[in-house]
Design a protein around this ligand. Structure first.
Ligand SMILES: CC/C=C\C/C=C\C/C=C\CC/C=C/CC(=O)SCCNC(=O)CCNC(=O)[C@H](O)C(C)(C)COP(=O)(O)OP(=O)(O)OC[C@H]1O[C@@H](n2cnc3c(N)ncnc32)[C@H](O)[C@@H]1OP(=O)(O)O
Length: 341
């Protein structure tokens, strides 16, 4: 039943290689088939590989907040695709060049008085980021050193393992002393007067369970690290007290991290992410990928099947007067808060 539906609803541009037969096959080609051929501005992400360890880094690099614009979404997909073509690489660390913000979610300015050509393209690019991360043959480890609201949380949930910084006074998140920083994570869309799209909401349900997700979605809850750990939204929380760095890990990270973020080799979250990435890289890829298919292929098929309808709904929803009003108020408050610092 799902196969013909899938082929008719697959997005023309980004999923043209995604035939139903490939979906049925329990092998790496399923994941490769989800890749895109979008071109991008490379500097919006920094990426590098350490082939000896089988690990790559993909760090979002769109100051000030890594908010997801069309271009950043495309850059993430392109970079992941490049990493995917390297057979020596089995794991990727998804990170941020900003040590206090993982990603602020969608670039809300994309949603205000939108251009009617760009808006569907923008939404399509976000869907593609989700598909490429969630359906990747690579094991993806989210190194969440800072805030991860809304689509920022979605990025983390689409990974295979999530490590969050626990925060604290005088912490050494990137090796430098800084004042207290307690990041939060969650789908806070209702706080903006909008609802998380169904596939994002369902991702939360699959991550933390039905009832906790139902409540968190309704309230738009942003969880601090320990609460996120208790709910199962993240897999590990790192603090200075809970984790001791090893010289070998720091050395391997120095080889992996590109120049602008080499100092993150001293970040405990990055160190733990690297250790986790190495652990995944040592598992037989065939076996690991097959096990990933078990839990992810059905929901991915469903999401892809409803992709065009999701885009149409999103565009008409965002263009409603009341939604535009709420979003404008939200952005004004955001700018006011930022100016008052
Ligand atoms: C029934 C329904 C069925 C179907 C529904 C279908 C479709 C649904 C329709 C719509 C769904 C839309 C989905 C949306 C998902 C999203 O991701 S929405 C975005 C949500 N993001 C946020 O709310 C985060 C906002 N930002 C913050 O809270 C803080 O900035 C943050 C905690 C991340 C960091 O705080 P701090 O370190 O203090 O930094 P500042 O607040 O000072 O910010 C620094 C500068 O960055 C700018 N900025 C921050 N976030 C964003 C953003 N999301 N977009 C654009 N710009 C952002 C901020 O303005 C500052 O810039 P400035 O200094 O003013 O130039």
């Amino acid at each position: 039943m799902a196969a013909p539906l899938l082929s008719s609803l697959c997005c023309r541009h980004s999923l043209r290689h995604c035939s139903p037969r490939r979906f049925a096959r329990n092998d790496l080609s399923f994941f490769r088939s989800l890749s895109t051929s979008i071109s991008s501005e490379k500097s919006l992400v920094l990426s590098h590989v350490n082939e000896d360890a089988g690990v790559a880094i993909l760090a979002m690099n769109r100051p000030p907040a890594n908010s997801l614009s069309l271009e950043l979404n495309e850059a993430i997909c392109t970079s992941l695709k490049e990493i995917d073509t390297n057979p020596k690489i089995q794991s990727v660390i998804l990170a941020s060049t900003n040590p206090t913000i993982f990603s602020a979610g969608l670039d809300v300015t994309e949603l205000i008085s939108p251009d009617d050509q760009r808006l569907p393209k923008f939404w399509n690019s976000l869907q593609q980021v989700y598909i490429d991360l969630y359906g990747s043959r690579l094991a993806i480890i989210a190194a969440i050193q800072g805030h991860a609201p809304a689509a920022g949380c979605m990025l983390a949930m689409a990974c295979d393992y999530r490590i969050m910084y626990g925060g604290g006074e005088g912490s050494t998140v990137d090796g430098r002393k800084r004042k207290s920083h307690i990041p939060t994570i969650g789908l806070n869309e209702t706080q903006l007067g909008i609802a998380a799209p169904p596939w994002m909401g369902q991702l939360l349900v699959r991550t933390i369970g039905f009832r906790p997700a139902e409540r968190a979605l309704a309230l738009g809850t942003l969880f601090p690290p320990m609460e996120a750990l208790i709910e199962g939204l993240v897999d590990d929380v790192i603090t200075e007290e809970s984790f001791s760095p090893s010289a070998d890990t720091i050395h391997a990270l120095e080889k992996l991290l590109p120049d602008p973020i080499r100092n993150q080799a001293l970040s405990l979250v990055m160190q733990k992410a690297f250790q986790e990435a190495e652990l995944y890289a040592k598992i037989s890829p065939q076996a690991r990928v097959a096990s990933k298919l078990v839990t992810r292929s059905e929901s991915l098929k469903d999401m892809i099947a409803s992709r065009e309808a999701d885009t149409e709904y999103f565009c008409s929803f965002i263009c409603q007067d009341t939604v535009q009003k709420n979003l404008k108020k939200y952005v004004e408050a955001l700018k006011k808060k930022s100016k008052s610092k």
